[in-house]
Design a protein around this ligand. Structure first.
Ligand code: ATP
Length: 213
């Protein structure tokens, strides 16, 4: 069973990495594929180039067993729709179970994703959440949870796609936006991300001109 985690990673930080490792361990995943997007459909143009975002990811996960970078969205170019990514993975992997990992915030907004019902036809959805987080009581997301939620990890292995699973993780209130803003203000962003990534940002002079809201 493998998992996919998409993001802009502008830059990657511990708020991405620690929950991912916990999900990997809890689910016994063979592989976590970090999928940097080329052009995020939901937000502004990234501050770093695709090449720089990729390099930061490479620095962040070197020596992390089972974490790999999948560059298909960067290679595809254009808007990075997760549904296209999952379809191409599904074409390659046949009936292997695939888990799409996302934070609770992303899951609550899933109806805005391109062709969102196809996402759970192509993969399971694993929501990394803070223990005791609130879920919606009605609407399409509530219906999806009611119909597709499983409590047992083994159910994810028995099917290739279509189940929703909630995994409690240590949530770290870190965001790439806040990191970019801190750098623009000249603050030290140590301990929010791997040191190798922080040093790369310094060397490349990244995020110095982030617009601060
Ligand atoms: P930005 O602040 O630039 O929007 P971000 O820090 O939210 O960036 P992204 O690369 O856009 O990072 O996020 C990709 C994925 O990472 C999303 O599924 C998002 O829910 C998740 N994520 C981001 N930050 C955290 C965090 N601190 N804890 C858990 N999940 C996170």
């Amino acid at each position: 069973m493998i998992a996919v985690f998409g993001g802009t990673f502008d830059p990657v930080h511990y708020g991405h990495l620690r929950p991912l490792l916990e999900v990997k361990q809890a689910l016994g995943l063979d592989e976590v594929r970090l999928m940097p997007c080329f052009m995020p459909p939901h937000r502004d143009v990234p501050g770093a180039t695709p090449k720089q975002r990729l390099k930061m990811l490479q620095l962040a996960i070197e020596e992390v067993p089972g974490f790999v970078i999948d560059q298909r969205e960067l290679q595809r170019g254009g808007p990075s729709y997760m549904v296209d990514t999952l379809q191409s993975l599904r074409d390659e992997l046949g009936k292997t179970p695939i888990c799409l990992i996302m934070g609770l915030d992303a899951f609550l907004g899933i109806e805005s994703w391109h062709q969102w019902p196809r996402l759970y036809e192509l993969s399971h959805i694993v929501v990394a959440q803070r223990p005791g987080s609130k879920l919606p009581q009605q609407g399409a997301v509530a219906n999806l949870v009611e119909n597709a939620r499983v409590e047992d990890v083994s159910m994810l292995r028995q099917h290739a796609a279509g189940r929703v699973y909630f995994q409690s993780v240590t949530q770290l209130d870190i965001s790439a936006t806040a990191i970019r803003e801190q750098i623009a203000c000249g603050q030290d962003v140590r301990f929010l991300m791997p040191d190798s990534v922080r040093r790369y940002i310094e060397t490349e002079d990244l995020y110095k001109t982030e617009r601060v809201r």
